[in-house]
Design a binder for this molecule. Structure first.
Ligand SMILES: [Fe+2]
Ligand SMILES: [Fe+2]
Length: 477
C-alpha cells in the first residue's frame, strides 16, 4: 500500500486490513473474504445515497497510543474496512464475577457460547442499522463539514459491523457465519425483518434527529461497548476497546451538533427579541426540547428492564461487566449487595430494593443518564451566555417508555402519571408533532458549497484534523 501505511500496526497489503494475523488462518481469511462482497453489496444498496467522488476520511491504521489514524480524501467505497483489536495484554485477568482473577479467555468456553454469540449479534445489529437510518441525510447536509462527519460516522459503523462479524466468523463456526449473513439481511424499519432493537428501527429523517441520535443513541452504544470491554472473552474486550476509540468522534458529532443548533437559535432569539425564531429560519427551543425528549426516552429503553436475570447471569459468568468496572470499590461479585431500582408501586413512580446483580441494567442506565445530563448542562450554558432565561432538560425516567417498569403507563416530562386520554391531549407539547417535523424538514435545504452553512445552525469552532471549516471535506460528483 501507500507509504503512509508502512510501519503501521495494521496490514494494508491484504484484501481485509487487519492486525489479527489473518493470513495465518487461511480458512478464516477465505470465509471473511467471501463475506466482503456481501458487505459491499449491502453498502451499495443500503449505505449513503448521495453520490460523492471522495471524502476526507479518517482510516484506522494502528491501535497504539500514538497516532492510530490516517486522514485523506478517499472514495467512500474504497474506505478500508478492517479488523482491529486493541493490543493484547498477555497477563490480563478477569475483573469480576465468579471467575474473578482467572486468566482472560482466548477462546469461547462451551457453556457460554450461546450467550456470547447473542451479545455480539445484538451489538453487531445496531452498527449497520444506524447507517441505514442515516442513508438519505447527505442530500440535506447543512455544510460540507457536516456531510463529512456524517460519512465518517457511517463508514465507522460499517467497520464496527466488521468487528462483530470477525468475532462471529473466528470464534463461532458455522452458526457464527450464519449470524453474519443475518446481520446484512435484517434492515432498519423493515416490516419482515427489522433490526433487533426498537430505536434502530426509527427513521433519522433530518439533521436535528441525526445530532440527537448521535448524542443519545450512539451514547447508549458507548455504554454497551464499555460493559463488553470488561468481558472475560478477551477478543471481544479488545475489539470493543478499539471501537470505543472511534466512537468518541460520534459523540463529538452529536454533542457539538446540538451545541451549534442551540447556539444559532439563541442568537436569533436575542437578535430578534423573540421566543419563536422559526420565521427567521431557526429551530425553536420548544422543538429542540421535543426532539431531545424523544431521543432520550427511546434510548433509555435500549438498556432493557430495571431488573434482569439474564444480565445478572452474564455478569456472574464474566461475559459483561459494569461501566468502569475497575474503578468500582466493591468485591466485583456483588452477591451480597443491593440496589434501588425504579418501579411502579400501586400506580406510583417509586423505588424497589433488589439484589445488585439483578439491578445491573439500572446501574448502567444511571451512568448513562448522568452522562446525558452533562450535555444538557452544556447546552444550557450556551443559553445562559446568550442571556436567555430558557433551559433544556431531560424528561422524567417514566416519560414515553416502551420497555421496563413504566412501559404500561403514561407520564409527563415532569413525572406526573396521566390517563391515556390526558396523554393523547398533551403529547403534542412534548414529542415532535407532524407540524414540528415538517418545519424542521423545511429548513433542511442542502448547503454543499465550500465554506457555507445553513441558516439554522452555527458553524463549528474547529474543523477536522486541524483543517479549517471551509476546507473541501467532500467532493461531490
Ligand atoms: Fe458503532
Ligand atoms: Fe457510533
Amino acid at each position: 500500500m501507500t507509504s503512509a501505511f508502512t510501519g503501521a500496526g495494521a496490514d494494508y497489503s491484504e484484501k481485509i486490513p487487519n492486525n489479527v494475523d489473518l493470513r495465518e488462518d487461511r480458512r478464516l481469511q477465505r470465509a471473511l473474504e467471501s463475506w466482503q462482497p456481501n458487505f459491499l453489496n449491502w453498502w451499495d444498496s443500503m449505505g449513503p445515497t448521495l453520490p460523492t467522488r471522495d471524502v476526507y476520511l479518517r482510516t484506522a491504521v494502528n491501535v497504539g497510543r500514538e497516532g492510530w489514524a490516517h486522514f485523506d480524501h478517499v472514495p467512500m467505497r474504497d474506505y478500508r474496512w478492517g479488523i482491529f483489536l486493541a493490543e493484547r495484554d498477555t497477563d490480563r485477568r478477569i475483573g469480576f464475577g465468579q471467575h474473578l482473577g482467572e486468566p482472560a479467555w482466548q477462546q469461547v468456553p462451551g457453556e457460554y457460547r450461546a450467550e456470547l454469540r447473542r451479545l455480539i449479534v445484538i451489538q453487531g445489529d445496531t452498527e449497520p442499522a444506524s447507517v441505514e437510518q442515516q442513508r438519505n441525510l447527505g442530500a440535506t447536509a447543512p455544510s460540507l463539514y457536516d456531510l463529512r462527519n456524517l460519512f465518517q460516522v457511517n463508514v465507522e459503523e460499517g467497520r464496527h459491523l466488521w468487528a462483530m462479524v470477525y468475532l462471529l466468523h473466528a470464534y463461532f463456526g458455522r452458526d457464527g457465519r450464519e449470524e453474519a449473513e443475518e446481520l446484512l439481511r435484517r434492515n432498519s424499519g423493515s416490516a419482515e425483518s427489522p433490526r433487533i432493537l426498537g430505536a434502530f428501527n426509527e427513521e433519522t429523517p433530518d439533521w436535528l434527529s441525526f445530532f440527537m441520535f448521535t448524542y443519545f443513541t450512539d451514547r447508549d452504544g458507548k455504554y454497551q461497548l464499555g460493559t463488553l470491554k470488561e468481558s472475560a472473552f478477551d477478543p471481544l474486550s479488545r475489539t470493543c476497546e478499539f471501537m470505543l476509540k472511534e466512537e468518541a468522534h460520534h459523540m463529538m458529532v452529536g454533542t457539538t451538533g446540538v451545541d451549534r443548533v442551540v447556539e444559532r437559535t439563541a442568537q436569533l432569539m436575542v437578535e430578534h427579541d423573540t421566543d419563536d425564531p422559526a420565521p427567521q429560519g431557526a429551530i425553536p427551543l420548544s422543538v429542540i426540547q421535543k426532539y431531545l425528549n424523544f431521543h432520550y426516552s427511546v434510548s433509555l429503553d435500549l438498556f432493557g428492564g430495571e431488573t434482569s436475570t439474564n444480565v445478572a447471569n452474564y455478569y456472574t459468568a464474566g461475559l459483561k461487566g459494569r461501566w468502569s468496572e475497575d474503578r468500582r470499590k466493591d468485591d466485583h461479585k456483588l452477591t451480597g449487595d443491593a440496589i434501588k431500582v425504579d418501579a411502579l408501586i400501586d400506580g406510583e413512580v417509586a423505588q424497589n430494593e433488589v439484589s445488585a446483580l439483578l439491578g445491573l441494567n439500572t446501574d448502567l442506565r444511571r451512568e448513562y443518564i448522568a452522562d446525558c445530563q452533562s450535555g444538557v448542562n452544556r447546552w444550557n450554558k450556551i443559553l445562559e451566555s446568550a442571556g436567555l432565561p430558557q433551559r433544556l432538560k431531560l424528561p422524567h425516567i417514566a416519560f414515553n417508555r416502551k420497555v421496563g417498569a413504566f412501559a404500561g403507563i403514561e407520564a409527563s416530562p415532569d413525572g406526573e402519571i396521566l390517563s391515556a386520554d390526558e396523554w393523547q391531549q398533551r403529547v403534542g407539547a412534548w414529542l415532535p408533532t407532524d407540524v414540528d417535523k415538517t418545519h424542521v424538514r423545511s429548513l433542511m435545504q442542502p448547503v454543499h458549497e465550500r465554506g457555507k452553512i445553513a441558516a439554522w445552525i452555527a458553524p463549528p469552532r474547529n474543523g477536522i484534523n486541524g483543517k479549517p471549516f471551509d476546507y473541501d471535506y467532500v467532493h461531490l460528483t
